[in-house]
Design a protein around this ligand. Structure first.
Ligand code: CO
Length: 134
């Protein structure tokens, strides 16, 4: 299994507009795209940082995973996403290693990429996402 890149680092935010504005004013960068991902209960913005990205996540309402995260812990690091070449074989490999998978099968995430989440137990208490870039 090959980890190609840190595809993005995701930060949960209360207000996506304000967070985009602060990236714009502090670093002079614009999001590559902004998208509502209903299946994950978020609106997200992908901000380019060198060869990687910062993903800003604002929950669509309080009763979503990111909404509950904000309520519990406030704004901050939500997950880290590793880019893999082949997400199916990565999940098979990790399953064989006994890793706890949140998604046994990939689903379609922001940007139309295939993604899957691993339980925070797998990696130092940090929620990990695998991304296969289409
Ligand atoms: Co993500």
């Amino acid at each position: 299994m090959l980890l190609l890149n840190v595809h993005h680092t995701a930060i949960a935010v209360e207000n996506l507009d304000e967070s985009i504005d602060s990236f714009r004013s502090q670093y002079g960068v614009e999001p590559l795209y902004r998208e509502i991902v209903k299946s994950q209960g978020v609106e997200e913005a992908m901000i380019p940082v060198g060869g990687s990205h910062v993903q800003l996540l604002q929950p669509l309402d309080l009763d979503t995973p990111v909404g509950r995260f904000l309520e519990r812990r406030g704004e901050g690091l939500h997950h880290i996403a590793f880019q893999v070449a082949d997400i199916d074989s990565a999940l098979t490999h990790l399953g064989r290693q006994g890793a706890r998978l949140i998604d046994a099968e990939p689903r379609v995430g922001g940007g139309g990429h295939r993604i899957a989440f691993l339980h925070p137990q797998v990696f130092g208490g940090t929620l990990v996402e695998l991304v296969e870039v289409k």
